[in-house]
Design a protein around this ligand. Structure first.
Ligand SMILES: NC(=O)c1ccc[n+]([C@@H]2O[C@H](COP(=O)([O-])OP(=O)(O)OC[C@H]3O[C@@H](n4cnc5c(N)ncnc54)[C@H](O)[C@@H]3O)[C@@H](O)[C@H]2O)c1
Length: 267
């Protein structure tokens, strides 16, 4: 039996580490050809290691905040593959701190990484996704990685909350815009809870450096204990949900927000 993403081509942003890497693993396991993109140079160890483990994949250096990088990637993909079925806007960074202490430059940088990246990926690849979507039964699929922090607010997290809340509604606007116009692209957002990745660890290290009353390990343990299932998610648990949204198994889903949080927002 063919795998459910056989013949499909996907691009994942920020795909060398953390959730993006796990998403890539899941898409490849389901038979997709994946274009891995990240900030590393083409000959980096992480890129070489990913390519050696992921059959059929290729790597393009793409800073997701730069429109020119997206356009270059689109031109290469059009030339090499002539199609794109799946776009996963995964790139993200965090920023915590009291609103009165946040620097405007740090706010702008966060919005560029978490929000401009989603806009630029969607804008640049919309025509190719639309063309490709017309050749498959249920169209192409864009999956935007938001967060539970795009659903509920939290003290000291206002910048990240704002960026991820914007990703949630940008997703819904695009889903409606495409459906209304008969453009064959589904668009959904995924809202992970606390996931065991380099981003989470670095974020807690920075938090602990600012506040001597806490430690990074203590903050991470508190996150696990505040989650009803009492543990962090593993990146693969997000990857499997993204692979479902990428596939025709989610054919009737567009404009949805899929929460993967161990029950954190169920209260
Ligand atoms: N880790 C969590 O607990 C968690 C929870 C909810 C949502 N998220 C979201 O999931 C996504 C992935 O997070 P993660 O924890 O895997 O992060 P991570 O920092 O562990 O990995 C992110 C990857 O993106 C790359 N990257 C960063 N900036 C980039 C840019 N401008 N252009 C291209 N690549 C860039 C990094 O090099 C890295 O490989 C983010 O959008 C994040 O906000 C994470």
């Amino acid at each position: 039996m063919p795998k459910r993403l056989e013949g499909r081509t996907a691009l994942v942003s920020g795909a060398l580490r953390g959730i993006g890497r796990a998403i890539t693993d899941c898409l490849v396991a389901d038979g997709a050809t994946v274009i891995i993109t990240d900030l590393d140079q083409d000959d980096s160890d992480d890129a070489a290691q990913a390519l050696s483990l992921l059959p059929g994949s290729s790597y393009i250096r793409l800073d997701a905040t730069q429109e020119g990088d997206w356009q270059r990637a689109r031109d290469q993909i059009e030339r090499r593959h002539g199609r794109l079925d799946i776009l996963v806007n995964n790139v993200g960074a965090d920023l915590t701190g009291k609103v009165q202490d946040l620097e405007l430059s740090a706010w702008h940088r966060l919005m560029a990484i978490n929000l401009d990246s989603v806009f630029l990926g969607t804008k640049t690849f919309q025509p190719l996704l639309a063309k490709t979507g017309g050749t498959t039964p249920y169209g192409s699929s864009i999956i935007n990685i938001s967060s539970v922090m795009g659903l509920v607010g939290m003290g000291d997290v206002s910048a990240y909350n704002a960026s991820k809340g914007a990703v949630r509604l940008f997703t819904k606007s695009n889903a409606l815009e495409f459906a209304d116009a008969g453009v064959p692209i589904r668009v959904n957002s995924v809202h992970p809870g606390f996931v065991d990745t380099p981003l989470l660890k670095q974020g807690m290290n920075r938090w602990a450096a600012r506040d001597s009353s806490v430690t990074a390990a203590g903050l991470i343990e508190a996150m696990a204990q505040s989650t009803p299932v009492k543990r962090l998610a593993q990146p693969i648990e997000i990857g499997k949900v993204v692979a479902f949204l990428a596939s025709d198994d989610s054919s009737y889903m567009t404009g949805s927000e899929v929460v993967v949080d161990g029950g954190w927002t169920a209260r």
